[in-house]
Write a protein that binds this ligand. Structure first.
Ligand SMILES: *[C@@H]1O[C@H](CO)[C@@H](O)[C@H](O)[C@H]1NC(C)=O
Ligand SMILES: *[C@@H]1O[C@H](CO)[C@@H](O)[C@H](O)[C@H]1NC(C)=O
Ligand SMILES: *[C@@H]1O[C@H](CO)[C@@H](O)[C@H](O)[C@H]1NC(C)=O
Ligand SMILES: *[C@@H]1O[C@H](CO)[C@@H](O)[C@H](O)[C@H]1NC(C)=O
Ligand SMILES: *[C@@H]1O[C@H](CO)[C@@H](O)[C@H](O)[C@H]1NC(C)=O
Ligand SMILES: *[C@@H]1O[C@H](CO)[C@@H](O)[C@H](O)[C@H]1NC(C)=O
Ligand SMILES: *[C@@H]1O[C@H](CO)[C@@H](O)[C@H](O)[C@H]1NC(C)=O
Ligand SMILES: *[C@@H]1O[C@H](CO)[C@@H](O)[C@H](O)[C@H]1NC(C)=O
Ligand SMILES: *[C@@H]1O[C@H](CO)[C@@H](O)[C@H](O)[C@H]1NC(C)=O
Length: 840
């Protein structure tokens, strides 16, 4: 019987739900009360008309006239604050609710000066039937002159009451009230509680908006938002304001998908954003951080709005979102939305940090290129606590005066039991909608889920058999054992002067890198892993495994490691001149000559060629970029950072299937699409490096006009026109042999071919770069005949060099030795044979 009774309601809910889910029309609130309290005439504010509170036919006031005093003063900051209703005892406004569900309750307070009352010291307590909205608030200790509050209340009966309770011998007041329906799908029931849980039941709680921010955009008011919300600009909350740069596009370019409506947020929110500021700095590894003061005794619902309005191509924007110190990692908007300019939002729940603030940051994803990150909008909403309060720990029953609370009590019990059934059904309905919505959007991989950090699976056991007692002076030579020296944590502390921040060389995805000095005076680079990063452990392992197998003049050598005290520390040879990137841009270092650039590219290409062909099984680096090419004191280039390396396909395979990793801006589009890794993915990334070396700008620069953001695309359009010289580094203009530049451009173009099969092997690339260098040296030799270093090519006719071009494939797999010195010797022998005319 009981069930039967509810069937009609259930049916209505379902029908209603279907209607809402399928309707695309602009939202029209069913219930909409705008009251100018204490006013005798209509008040227009932000394009809306507020009606005097006593004149509204569907609003009842539960009190005798003598407890209701109207007061006005026209010198208020806004028209809405010019009048107030003053209560000398508890008074309720009763609103007829035609449509159950969430409603905004917005309250306006301004203690206007009036003859009879001291509103500044008035104590304000406001409750609904079930929830405490304000408890004993007074303007006496308040910084602002007026206050505006927005709540969202789930109304499950035919009326909503708002009760204003003055404290003993005091008064209460209010200037204006709004009660307006909210679309059903605006407030979800669940949200992700980072790092790894979620909370549910949100739709049953009372919510209070504490911050609603339009990142990088203008103030939006009720006139600009179909739900009458206000969105502030974010600059006042930015921790370091230069860390962010505002961007905007025309709001009409925003393409709402089926899952996001303008009610979620207006297009003005999605059309403006903050992106990572000044991406040209050498260490662009920083976060944009916003800091919000919050009441630490509450849990907050946080909705973050994203829309990629900066990228030129899909999948070029990947970043991490942090809430306090918890990360939602590798946010790739393109894969979440399937397009650019498509809005996306994500709901979280979080507590404040210990210091009573919520910090929200967006920063580079360690596996992506350094400079990306975006945020378009942010809402921080307080959720009611166990006492069903948004202010303090007293429940409604304790605040209502004794007489009123008795009468209300029965009403609450009836109301809530009726409500509970309806709520369960609503939740079920919500859940269905939620699940069906979710299943349409690709699921974000929960790669951040914590895994056992130092489990037995870590394959370091082999290394620890060669562990040395700390302090032994002898450094195990890599050449003899191919295994690194084991350092004690104490050794590392001494070498780096206790991780002195002044010795910091850089910060990477894996952790921080310090300069250190061993007891024998050798300079080393000490890379200290971030133990929180699961990716870090995998990379740590890979890097030790890879580097212990590899030795080459153009690969950075591992000297040893330390895994004591849950530390993951790698010790490398020190590369005095740091990453190639800082010699290209961002660090004010002297500009490299064309010849130096070619030699560096050749060195790096040698290192990669060795990786691909030198070892028994080929190795794919997977993260080739200018920050991973390091220069020693003689500007000899060495490839570093094997954290993402994978052994390549074995003979019977053509590729390795793997999750896409690497740095955005350098990522092979074919690898990205098909998730099949071959050596040609490194070749593509190397092509990006070549363009970067020529143009001295980052692979991705989101602040540039769209067509220029991605260097691979931008440079290719110019290369195809044969006009690469138009966008090359201005320091090189007029100082580069045009044949050399042409060869270089063609080589980069081939590397950047859409399909791997069309790209040259690293051996071909190496040879072509050698050739470009010869062309350059030849031209400078002709210009300065005295230059001994280039004497041997003097007078070499161009045609014979062109012939070598056809023999390019000879380099392919030319050698497969594992001894680096022998390898190097062979390589140079082959080269001198090919290049030196006298050798032929
Ligand atoms: C006040 O506004 C309401 C609704 O917009 C309207 O019906 C009413 O006529 C207005 N009253 C006056 C005095 O303008
Ligand atoms: C109106 O407010 C102003 C300041 O806010 C005050 O100086 C003035 O006395 C008030 N007028 C009345 C009639 O209370
Ligand atoms: C209300 O606040 C006032 C001053 O802020 C304080 O003196 C008073 O004790 C408070 N009352 C309650 C019931 O908390
Ligand atoms: C009001 O006074 C009564 C008795 O005098 C006291 O029990 C109650 O706590 C007071 N309430 C507030 C809000 O101060
Ligand atoms: C965007 O940044 C510029 C320069 O910093 C500033 O002048 C402008 O007011 C900002 N726009 C918004 C909407 O914050
Ligand atoms: C918001 O609406 C007001 C009034 O229509 C208008 O003047 C203002 O330009 C709008 N702001 C934006 C950002 O559209
Ligand atoms: C950063 O913000 C402060 C205060 O809001 C302002 O004085 C300063 O000019 C801002 N700096 C930049 C670079 O916008
Ligand atoms: C960004 O902020 C998070 C959280 O505070 C922190 O863990 C991370 O290291 C920061 N990233 C950078 C590059 O500073
Ligand atoms: C968050 O804060 C609430 C209220 O203070 C507390 O009950 C809850 O346990 C906290 N959750 C976490 C994960 O700290």
């Amino acid at each position: 019987m009981k069930i039967m009774k509810w069937v009609p309601l259930f049916m209505t809910l379902i029908l209603y739900g279907m209607f809402v889910c399928s309707s695309n029309a602009a939202f029209k609130p069913v219930d909409s009360y705008l009251l100018a309290c204490g006013s005798s005439h209509n008040v227009t504010f932000q394009g809306q008309t507020y009606i005097p509170d006593l004149e509204h036919s569907s609003v009842k006031l539960s009190s005798q006239a003598n407890s209701l005093v109207a007061t006005t003063n026209s010198s208020a900051p806004f028209p809405i604050y010019q009048s107030a209703r003053v209560f000398t005892r508890s008074v309720s406004y009763e609103f007829d609710i035609k449509q159950k569900g969430h409603h905004w309750v917005r309250l306006y307070f301004y203690p206007i000066s009036s003859a009879g009352h001291d509103l500044k010291s008035a104590s304000l307590t406001v409750v609904t039937e079930n929830f405490v909205l304000l408890n004993n608030f007074t303007f006496e200790n308040f910084k602002g002159s007026y206050m505006w509050k927005e709540f969202a209340i789930n109304v499950d009966s035919n009326s909503l009451s708002l009760t204003f309770i003055p404290s003993n011998n005091s008064i209460a007041f209010v200037n204006a009230i709004e009660v307006v329906s909210i679309p059903d799908d605006l407030i979800p029931d669940q949200a992700l509680f980072l790092p790894s849980t979620s909370i549910s039941g949100i739709s049953e709680l009372a919510l209070e908006t504490v911050y609603r921010v339009n990142m990088g955009g203008p103030l939006l008011t009720a006139q600009n938002d179909t739900l009458g919300r206000m969105w502030q600009n974010d600059v006042q909350y930015l921790h370091v304001n230069s860390s962010a740069t505002n961007v905007s596009v025309s709001p009409s370019t925003i393409k709402y998908p089926a899952t996001v409506t303008p009610e979620i947020a207006p297009n003005w929110v999605y059309a403006t954003a903050e992106t990572m500021g000044d991406p040209n700095v050498a260490n662009s590894n920083f976060n944009m951080t916003w800091v919000f003061n919050v009441d630490p005794d509450f849990t907050y619902f946080i909705r973050v709005h994203f829309c990629d309005v900066v990228s030129q191509s899909l999948n070029s924007l990947v970043f991490n979102l942090y809430i306090n110190s918890d990360v939602w990692a590798s946010v790739d908007l393109s894969s979440l939305t399937g397009g650019l300019d498509v809005p996306y939002y994500k709901d979280f729940a979080a507590n404040s940090s210990d210091s009573g603030v919520l910090t929200i940051s967006v920063g580079p994803d360690p596996v992506a290129d350094d400079s990306s990150g975006i945020m378009n909008g942010l809402e921080i909403i307080k959720m009611s606590n166990e006492a069903r309060s948004l202010d303090g720990v007293s429940p409604v029953e304790h605040l209502l005066p004794p007489s009123a609370s008795k009468k209300k009590h029965t009403a609450i019990i009836i109301g809530s039991s009726v409500g509970a059934v309806a709520a369960v059904m609503m939740i079920a309905l919500f859940f269905c909608c939620f699940v069906s919505h979710k299943s349409k959007t690709p699921q974000q991989g929960h790669s951040w889920l914590p895994l056992p950090l130092y489990g037995n699976s870590l394959t370091l056991t082999k290394m620890s058999t060669v562990s040395q007692k700390s302090g032994t002076a002898s450094c195990i030579s890599l050449t003899s054992t191919n295994l690194g020296r084991f350092f004690s944590f104490q050794d590392i502390m001494e070498a780096t002067n206790k991780f002195d921040e002044t010795m910091l060389l850089g910060v990477g995805g894996f952790g921080r890198v310090y300069k250190g000095t061993l007891e024998d005076g050798t300079n080393v680079a000490v890379k200290r892993g971030n133990p929180r990063s699961e990716q870090g452990i995998a990379e740590f392992r890979t890097e030790i495994e890879m580097l212990s197998k590899l030795r080459h003049r153009h690969l950075v050598s591992l000297i040893g490691y330390c895994d004591e005290r849950s530390e993951m520390i790698l010790v490398y040879e020190y590369m005095a001149n740091g990453p190639l990137r800082s010699h290209l841009y961002g660090a004010d270092l002297p500009s490299l000559s064309w010849k130096q650039r070619l030699e560096i590219c050749i060195g790096a290409a040698r290192g990669l060629h060795y990786l691909h062909t030198g070892a028994t099984q080929s190795i794919i680096h997977r993260d080739v970029k200018t920050t991973n090419i390091l220069l020693d004191e003689n500007f000899v280039a060495k490839v570093a950072d094997f954290g993402l390396s994978k052994t390549g396909p074995s003979l019977d395979q053509t590729h390795v299937s793997t999750a896409v990793k690497g740095s955005f801006g350098y990522l092979d589009p074919e690898y990205f699409r098909r998730q099949q890794l071959t050596e040609k993915s490194d070749v593509y990334s190397f092509g990006v490096v070549l363009m970067e070396v020529l143009c001295t700008r980052p692979a991705l620069n989101p602040v540039l006009p769209r067509e220029q953001v991605n260097i691979a695309e931008w440079a290719m359009t110019w290369q195809k026109k044969g006009m690469l010289d138009q966008i090359m580094d201005s320091n090189l203009v007029g100082k580069v042999n045009s044949a050399s530049l042409k060869k270089f451009g063609e080589t980069a173009e081939k590397c950047l071919a859409e399909y791997g099969v069309d790209r040259p092997s690293m051996g071909d690339v190496l040879w072509n770069l050698e050739y470009a260098l010869q062309l350059e040296e030849m031209s400078s030799a002709l210009a300065e005949p005295e230059d001994n270093s280039t004497n041997h090519i003097q007078g070499l006719p161009l045609t014979s060099l062109e012939q070598f071009d056809n023999s390019v494939n000879m380099m392919n797999g030319a050698n497969s030795g594992t001894d680096d010195d022998a390898e190097d010797a062979t390589t140079s022998a082959v080269f001198s044979q090919l290049v030196n005319p006298r050798g032929r």
